[in-house]
Write a protein that binds this ligand. Structure first.
Ligand code: ADP
Ligand code: MG
Length: 729
């Protein structure tokens, strides 16, 4: 008997919300209490040390050894007060998750004596055993190990009894083995290029920071039900299960205790997040049942990304504590909304100006226009780089599934701004501009603040949308490390701004006045980036056709999206801005291809196993019941009546046999397809084979299984059904 499912359901019914206590009723009392932030540094560090750290944060200067010793000892002192006994270098290996290796402050010094030690060298550098992290062949050709190095631009924090130090992870030859290092380099590149462009408008601008505000979506399922679903456990998504039809969701009172539990979970992670300085606010605007979202106030991109990674960890741990399991997969339930992670992005100057927000006077409006138009152009020229940066097996299910942006990269700016760009394009004349032309241009630019005031024009179907004072990259998957798309975006932005400034400088050298040089270059830029602008419905079939006509690419799967990174133009840009060398990039492509293949392989194996030892046996068990029933009818009824009463059962018996046959045949065909793919010797070909030849079987098997689920006796069905996993709140 399929008691496991029912026992799990009983567990869920008996759950109680777990009480949560916050350190104080006011968040401001404990916000950032576990972070060695600026406030703590002021308190604990000498002025010399503080200045040195601030300089390292802002300008990437080296911290002298004696200062590092001082910082380390202050950090230890502070962390010990919070109960920390260990420290760890916290880093972002290419697995996509975060990693840490804990070492104790406690150091024996002989004769039964010991001291608590944490010195500059422990802070600045550490050697984790890197051999089990993916390196795409980089490490093998060089040294066997890599090391982690302190990133002073992201503050240390305490979790539990451990002082965590954000670090980059590199090989001994200096190659990046993580996601943070390329991000830092891209941020440096965009800082340089954007600061240069800002000089046209304001000489006081010395630094430009990219800002990131992420919106994290996720699903929760009860841990007992999760444990009864091997597909969720192994693949992070359900491989079987008929979707609950509308209005057929489980009775609210059946799971009446749920809302309290979810609420407690949210309070709990919010409290932890706030202590870690993550400025998060929870939202309850889930679209699918059991789907939720949390978003912080935006921060500098590197810090914000660290916070996102920490936050995902925190969600996961807190969920377990509350007997939930967190699903960060982009599409845990086919047919329901998937989960994304919108990346809200902008550029901010050290003078406190958001470069993607229009200003109060014509000059700042021109500056806004410059950054706005250059962003559109960067996306237009390098859509492939962005597409590649969000590629993952999970996101393949989401992109283009008619509730998330399509795989076609386009930019939405709203019809009014679009109209204004069209007007500008016409009014800026290629030749000498007359005073009348100039007035017209001025008038157009002057309209910007008004237009934006009324920028209610929102298009949820666009992968990259302007939302009034920032762009929102919506195609990023919920499980992604934002460092990857953020490195791509800031790199192409650095490249575009550099090209723009070169062109403007050339025009100025030829005798044009600065503003006119900028305007003329903006006009060219508007014209050459027009094809990426799209205001219509991104979900529609017509857009697919229209995009093809415009020559925009529509790369639907991960292997082919990753292959875009091997294009010469892409490699050149990553190299030119010193973000990733060709070798580093190739290593990443290889790692991601392998990750993809392994993910599909795991899914496919799980699918086969479950089909053969859950679905088919359950169906046959029910078929047996029907056969017994038919036998019984023959025994008790006159022949003619028995034949009449048997009709439905016989049909079901036949249907079960047919579907079982198909499932079994498909499972074996799928195994053959895997074997064939596994024999290939090229990572790309293998990934493509898994994508094209293995993956489709899973849908076919599921289709048959879901039909069986509808006819087999509910009591016999062994795995929790989707309506049970997706309990209403
Ligand atoms: P929504 O997209 O749901 O309508 P908002 O427009 O209020 O919500 O903002 C979404 C996110 O954008 C917030 O998390 C916020 O932190 C972030 N955000 C706002 N301004 C910026 C900015 N200048 N740079 C980066 N992110 C920003
Ligand atoms: Mg949003």
């Amino acid at each position: 008997m399929a008691t496991f499912r029912f026992r799990a359901l009983e567990d869920v019914l008996s759950r109680q919300a777990i009480p949560v206590e916050t350190p104080s009723s006011r968040v401001s009392d404990y916000f950032s209490s576990k972070v060695f932030d600026m406030g703590k540094m002021r308190e604990y560090l000498s002025e010399e040390a503080l200045n040195s750290v601030v300089d390292a944060m802002n300008n990437g200067t080296r911290i002298p050894r004696n200062v590092a010793d001082q910082v380390a000892s202050s950090m230890k002192e502070w962390a010990s007060k919070l109960g920390a006994t260990h420290y760890t270098h916290w880093f972002q290996p290419l697995t996509g998750a975060t990693a840490e290796k804990h070492d104790s402050f406690f150091t024996p010094v002989g004769n039964g004596q010991s001291i608590e030690r944490f010195e500059g060298e422990n802070l600045v550098q550490q050697e984790p055993d890197a051999s089990s992290f993916p390196s795409g062949g980089l490490r093998n050709t060089f040294e066997a190990r890599g090391y982690t190095a302190w990133d002073p631009s992201s503050p240390a924090f305490v979790i539990g009894k451990t002082l965590c130090i954000p670090t980059i992870f590199i090989s001994y030859t200096g190659e990046a083995l993580d996601n943070k290092m390329p991000l830092l380099k891209a941020l440096h590149a965009v800082d340089k290029a954007a600061t240069r462009v800002c000089q046209y408008f304001d000489r006081n601008v010395k630094r430009v920071q990219a800002t990131l505000g992420w919106e994290q979506e996720y699903f929760l399922v009860d841990s007992a039900l999760y444990n009864a679903r091997p597909d969720l456990q192994f693949a992070g998504r359900v491989l079987f299960g008929h979707n609950p039809s509308k209005g057929q969701q489980l009775d609210d009172h059946y799971f009446g205790s749920i809302p309290d539990r979810v609420h407690a979970f949210m309070r709990d992670f919010e409290c932890e997040a706030h202590q870690l300085g993550i400025p998060v606010t929870t939202r309850h605007n889930e679209v699918a049942p059991n789907q939720f979202e949390a978003a912080p106030v935006y921060e500098e991109a590197n810090l914000s990304n660290d916070h996102n990674l920490l936050f995902m960890d925190l969600l996961e741990k807190t969920a377990r504590k509350h007997h939930f399991r967190l699903l960060l997969h982009e599409k845990p339930f086919a047919g329901l909304n998937g989960s994304g992670k919108h990346n809200n992005w902008s550029l901010a100057t050290n003078t406190g100006v958001n470069l993607l927000a229009p200003g109060k006077n014509p000059k700042s409006n021109l500056q806004f226009l410059t950054f706005f138009i250059n962003t559109i152009k960067a996306i237009s020229d390098h859509a492939d780089m962005l597409r590649a940066s969000i590629a993952s097996a999970g996101n393949d299910h989401r992109l283009g599934a008619n509730e998330a942006p399509p795989a076609i990269i386009s930019v939405f700016i709203g019809s009014q701004l679009s109209g204004m760009l069209d007007d500008l394009e016409k009014s800026i004349k290629a030749g000498k501009m007359t005073p009348a032309d100039k007035t017209e241009v001025k008038l157009n630019i002057g309209k910007i603040p008004e237009i934006l005031l009324d920028n209610t024009d929102r298009n949820r179907t666009s992968p990259f949308a302007f939302t009034g004072n920032k762009f929102e990259f919506r195609a990023v998957g919920s499980s992604a490390n934002c460092a990857v798309p953020m490195a791509a975006l800031n790199t192409i932005m650095a490249h575009q701004l550099t090209q723009f400034a070169d062109a403007v400088d050339a025009r100025i050298a030829k005798g044009l006045k600065r503003d006119e040089a900028i305007l003329k270059e903006l006009q060219v830029t508007i014209t050459s980036s027009k094809k990426i602008r799209f205001e219509g419905n991104g979900y529609g079939e017509e857009w697919v056709k229209e995009a093809a006509k415009r020559g925009l690419s529509n790369v639907k799967d991960t292997p082919r999206a990753l292959a875009l990174l091997r294009k010469k133009e892409v490699t050149e840009i990553y190299e030119k801005y010193n973000v990733l060398s060709k070798r580093e990039l190739e290593a990443r492509v290889e790692i991601e291809l392998e990750k993809y293949r392994m993910q599909i392989q795991i899914e496919s194996r799980k699918c086969g196993d479950l089909a053969l030892n859950h679905i088919i046996p359950t169906a046959l068990r029910y078929q047996n019941l029907l056969i017994q029933n038919l036998q019984g009818l023959k025994d008790v009824l006159p022949k003619a009546d028995a034949a009449k009463a048997s009709k439905t059962q016989i049909e079901i018996v036949k249907e079960i046999s047919e579907r079982v046959d198909i499932i079994r045949a498909k499972v074996y065909d799928m195994i053959e397809a895997r074997k064939k793919a596994n024999k290939m010797d090229d990572a790309y070909k293998m990934a493509v084979a898994y994508c094209d030849k293995v993956k489709p079987f899973m849908d076919e098997i599921r289709y048959q299984s879901d039909k069986l689920e509808l006819i087999v006796d509910d009591e016999l069905w062994s795995m929790p059904k989707l309506r049970e996993l997706l309990f209403t709140r």
